[in-house]
Design a protein around this ligand. Structure first.
Ligand code: TXA
Ligand code: MG
Length: 325
């Protein structure tokens, strides 16, 4: 199963039923690569405890191997066996698991997540997704499952099985198709390492909801002058082929338009949410970017998105897509 990637594999499309779930779990237990749905985006899953399986992820994604990966567990109890949870981590897990939150915590003595999945760090990123099919696969796999977004490195995250296939067909063993994902942006990542919870990546759980639980403002990693600890925060991580122009009022000649809210009817346009609903916008973000990018125009102009709730995560992704490269 871990043959070199120069050997093209046949990528199986599995249905989200008992047979598909069983086959996905079997492939994972044998060291294979399976794209599986979560409530945020599709994940490119592999056995997190096996370095060779994890290496397959980096290879298929063409991802720099120093990036640590998120390990997925079926329930909070299984997650707690992998890491050391302080009071903040416990409160956040209690409030948001299962759900689109990832906690970075020190490894426990019984942690089985491979060094490679942790990029050699003494910390581990843990997540319990809120998705019935993901839950069933994780339960059947019976071990932590590493799963970065199921796209090639630097490309737009996959929110449907078709997006996964567009990037990874022939590079992975299977795609478990459960339709489009619900949240549409990745999980919020919070590090609980030294008594001060830090926001490493905005995502599906809004910052205000987290601050409500921990009872104080979230410190942004990087605020205190240190380098970003989540490589996902590298500036040009989410990069379409087209140039991206942000906070636009209208498209210019020859630009594609990514709108938000009512009254945004331009030619060559898609609207993230005609009603101005940020949840709808988040779930449409990567798919719309991808579709506009496929039209082959030089520039995608993007309407202003309010910087509140899920808007913070949307703008974070958009700023990365627009970063010079
Ligand atoms: O919604 C999601 O989180 C999706 C779905 C599939 O679950 N997964 C995802 O994983 O976005 P990935 O690998 O694309 O993002 C992992 C992020 C990276 O920014 C990585 O640097 C950070 O988590 N990370 C992982 N382990 C870390 C650690 N020990 N310390 C700091 N950052 C870590
Ligand atoms: Mg990603």
């Amino acid at each position: 199963m871990n043959q070199p990637l120069s050997v093209t594999r046949r990528t199986k499309l599995l249905a989200a039923n008992a047979d598909g779930i069983a086959e996905a779990a079997e492939l994972l237990r044998a060291g294979g690569l399976v794209a599986m749905p979560t409530e945020t985006v599709y994940g490119l899953a592999a056995d997190a405890t096996e370095g060779t399986a994890v290496a397959g992820i980096y290879a298929a994604k063409e991802r720099p191997s120093f990036n640590p990966l998120i390990s997925h567990l079926p329930d909070p109890a299984a997650a707690r066996r992998q890491g050391l949870f302080d009071a903040n981590a416990l409160a956040l897990a209690q409030a948001f698991w299962p759900g689109p939150l990832t906690l970075v915590v020190p490894v426990s003595s019984g942690c089985t997540v491979s060094e490679l999945a942790r990029a050699g760090l003494g910390t581990v990123a843990l997540r319990v997704p809120a998705h019935a099919i993901a839950h069933a696969v994780l339960e059947a796999a019976g071990r932590p499952i590493a799963a970065p977004s199921a796209n090639r490195s630097g490309r737009i995250s996959a929110t449907s099985a078709a997006h996964v296939m567009a990037d990874l067909d022939g590079r992975i063993d299977a795609v478990l198709d459960a339709g489009p994902t619900e949240v549409g942006v990745e999980s919020t990542i919070v590090a609980c390492l030294d008594g001060t919870p830090r926001l490493l990546r905005p995502g599906g759980v809004p910052r205000a909801a987290i601050e409500h639980v921990i009872g104080r403002p979230l410190v942004l990693a990087g605020d205190a002058g240190h380098a970003p600890i989540a490589p996902g925060m590298l500036t040009s991580h989410y990069a379409p082929a087209a140039r991206v122009r942000l906070d636009a009022d209208a498209p210019e000649q020859g630009e594609a338009w990514l709108g938000f809210g009512p009254g945004q009817d331009f030619p060559t346009a898609l609207n993230l949410s005609p009603t101005g609903d940020l949840r709808e916008a988040a779930s449409n973000l990567f798919g719309h970017m991808r579709r506009l990018d496929e039209m082959g125009l030089r520039t995608i102009a993007v309407a202003r998105i309010p910087e509140q709730g899920l808007g913070e995560a949307i703008n974070d992704r958009l700023r990365r897509a627009a970063a010079p490269r």
